[in-house]
Design a binder for this molecule. Structure first.
Ligand code: HEC
Length: 421
């Protein structure tokens, strides 16, 4: 329930109209939906229903009220108020109040002329035509029914020398089944092709990752907004590197095809710094052991920082039994710095949290992670009945506790020279 203080704030917010009784779709609600919901809630997109018109929105008004009040929609899983993120999707208190008032006062339509136009959507490259576009050979056939499918496709950018990339963009081939897409680089270029050849058909089965330690670059998820690498930095793809595209397909009842495209933009000027990944692993990775039935199993991990770095974004990665993750750093003097806290982890929303203000960490700092798993029968995505002990691994029924952080090394300066490793 919202506090009476928040209620008072909403009345202030609504001071421009006569009273809360006058909240209408056209004037007050449609702007919020157009701005925050319809990227996903429109025909052909991942969300179960469109919210483009008054008819749509009023039909689902009750569910909208509930989902918005509980902060389940828009999907955003970082705890509020710890710090700001570049890709924060959450509504603010005033917007939530408007929607609650609208539902409570009879879902009024208002004058259509006051409603904002339906936005135009760009389903093509968000940051312009890439320098290189890659795809697999023929559309992958996704069956109508069955469990979610995780498949890795191996693409060859045919790089003859090391290449700086400052934008990686993905155009999902079929938004009705492409649930999320993760992109890894096989820098040596030999491991991923072997995996591919070992299995018939295009690509290979993969779930928790590509099956080997790989460099991660941005992928795609519903509502994903493409971004350039932070100023002065870039992704470094080594000569001969292969790109592994991990597709998570969520079947939708009819047979579908998918041919996803990956675009790379080459950096116009050589960046000074590489955008690296580092991983803090819970329970030292292989030590992970989650007892059957345990609803609150906590594991911790640490990553000591040995030179000055700047963190730009983070991913909290667990599988189906993941319940919460907290990622923070301690400075050399022991001060705690919050990075991202995911109090209600949801496997289906793997987000890369971009720090609005990049976090500098001096040498001697430590990145910490604490992950909580729910292996009880009530766990929302429990896959074993009865629950069984779960250990570290990349299969659907294995687990992982990984805090990935994308960072630059403050002292690195490669501009002019050739990239060093
Ligand atoms: C990033 C994509 C995305 C955005 C943005 C988004 N939704 Fe959703 N929404 C989904 C998906 C996907 C589902 C299906 C359930 C799930 O996967 O969590 C869903 C489910 C829902 C449901 C539940 C439908 C049911 O089955 O009862 C409601 C209601 C809803 N969204 C309303 C909203 C509203 C209102 C907003 C904006 C304030 C919004 N959503 C923004 C993707 C999105």
């Amino acid at each position: 329930m919202r506090s009476s203080l928040a209620g008072a704030a909403s009345l202030l917010f609504l001071a421009g109209v006569a009273s809360a009784q006058d909240v209408t779709y056209a004037e007050h609600v449609a702007p919020i939906l157009m701005e925050n919901c319809v990227t996903c809630h429109r025909p052909g997109e991942v969300a179960p229903m469109s919210l483009l018109t008054y008819e749509d929105a009023s039909r689902y008004a009750r569910q909208i009220g509930v989902q918005v009040s509980e902060r389940r929609m828009p999907p955003w899983h970082a705890a509020p108020d710890l710090r700001d993120y570049t890709n924060d999707r959450s509504l603010d208190d005033a917007e939530i109040d408007v929607i609650e008032q609208w539902v409570a006062t009879g879902v009024k339509r208002g004058a259509d002329a006051l409603a904002p136009p339906i936005p135009t959507f760009n389903d093509s490259w968000q940051l312009g035509e890439p320098d290189l576009v890659l795809s697999w050979d023929s559309p992958y056939q996704v069956a109508a029914e069955g469990d979610d499918e995780y498949r890795c496709f191996v693409l060859d950018p045919k790089l003859e020398s090391d290449q700086w990339v400052d934008v990686v963009e993905v155009i999902p081939g079929n938004r009705t089944v492409d649930h999320h897409i993760v992109i890894y680089i096989d820098q040596g270029g030999t491991i991923a092709p072997r995996r591919d050849e070992a299995e018939p058909g295009e690509g290979y089965t993969c779930f928790g990752g590509p099956g080997f330690q790989a460099y991660m670059v941005p992928g795609w998820g519903p509502g994903y907004v493409a971004a350039e690498t932070p100023a002065g930095s870039g992704y470094l793809l080594e000569a001969g590197a292969k790109i592994v595209v991990q597709m998570h397909y969520h079947k939708n009842g009819t047979a579908q095809e998918d041919l996803t495209r990956v675009g790379l933009r080459y950096a116009r000027r050589p960046p000074q710094r590489v955008l690296y990944n580092a991983y803090a692993l819970g329970a030292m990775g292989f030590g992970l052991r989650i007892p059957a039935g345990e609803s609150n199993h906590v594991v911790t991990g640490q990553y000591p920082i040995s030179e000055d770095i700047t963190i730009h974004s983070l991913v909290a990665h667990m599988h189906y039994l993941g319940k919460a993750m907290d990622i923070w750093a301690t400075l050399p003097d022991g001060t705690r710095v919050d990075l991202v806290t995911v109090p209600r982890f949801d496997f289906y929303w793997q987000t890369q949290y971009g720090l609005a203000e990049p976090q500098r960490l001096p040498a001697g700092s430590v990145v910490h992670m604490e992950a909580t798993f729910d292996n009880s029968p009530e766990s929302p995505y429990q896959h074993s009945n009865p629950p069984r002990e779960v250990t570290f691994g990349e299969a659907t029924t294995d687990e992982m506790a990984v805090a990935v952080f994308f960072h630059t090394r403050d002292a690195e300066n490669l501009s002019g020279g050739s990239p060093s490793r």
